[in-house]
Design a protein around this ligand. Sequence first.
Ligand code: ASP
Length: 335
Amino acid sequence: MNHSTTLPRIALLATGGTIAGSSVSATQYVGYQPAVTPVGALLEAVPALATVALVSGEQVAQVASQDMTGAVLLALARRVNALLAGDDCDGVVITHGTNTMEETAYFLNLVVRSSKPVVLVGAMRPGTALSADGPMNLYRAVITAGSQQAHGRGVMLVMNDQIIGARDLHKTDTLTVDAFKAPLFGVLGLVVDSQARFYKGAARRHTLQSEFDLAGLETLPRVGIVYGHTDDDRTAIDALVAAGARGIVHAGAGTASVSANASGGILDAVARGVAVVRAPRGSHGFVTRRMEFDDDRHGTIAGDTLSPPKARILLQLALTRTRDVHEIQRIFDEY
Ligand code: ASP
């Protein structure tokens, strides 16, 4: 049999980021230009890919990931679903900037309708740098997307030898190559040489078990994040409500606490039909209902273990289906 017919067929969707970045010298690690290298050149930089998969490249966007938008997320998710619905695609790899990788990964985890692997990958160093991490990360992402073992585990990230589930993913450092961690629940697996090795699956609902549907969805509801701090007040909350936000994630200190000065703004927002979710400010951990804020009385939602940006993504999708706070709390309890 022809060797190439036994290789997995992987679609590479490129969206920009540092993995497509370029610097003026090999020792420049900051101040480089992200999102410039086209998908064809990313593939050419890793000739070994041809020995492990049949990879086709497609440029979906070319942005630094802080410039990702709901419109790009919707287009990306639709493209992934279309590719995976075909018999000629065994898995998808998405190159992406690391800054908002967590949000895109979690969004796809909730709206991709397939058990085939979807793997996001990025780099902390531009492709022109000494010890650039992008080429090895890309090679390992393709290995993982082509692995039978990767099916049904939800959307994943592969970087720095590790496979991390979309829900658990946290960018924990601004510069180091081990920036991505899964602090609370650990990694799904490791890539060792040319093999993806898994040790667990994703426990919460995702992909085929997800209730969220992109059909007919042209935009995502506006949801903002307010960051609690010493001496804060209701100004940012009121501004979001005035701007037409349908949801607010309040990133509170400690157990997602809310200051007395900000709570009036939250109560008024809820009274106007805005869904308010409490998530922890900087750390990680479980946010229970009624912990230093009476969610039952005030009509707010506890964000479980989601970080504020991921709580924002889930609230956007929840609001495409319901405005009922009990139903939104059920969604946060299940995803
Ligand atoms: N600015 C980059 C981005 O697109 C940073 C990175 O990829 O690491 O997110």
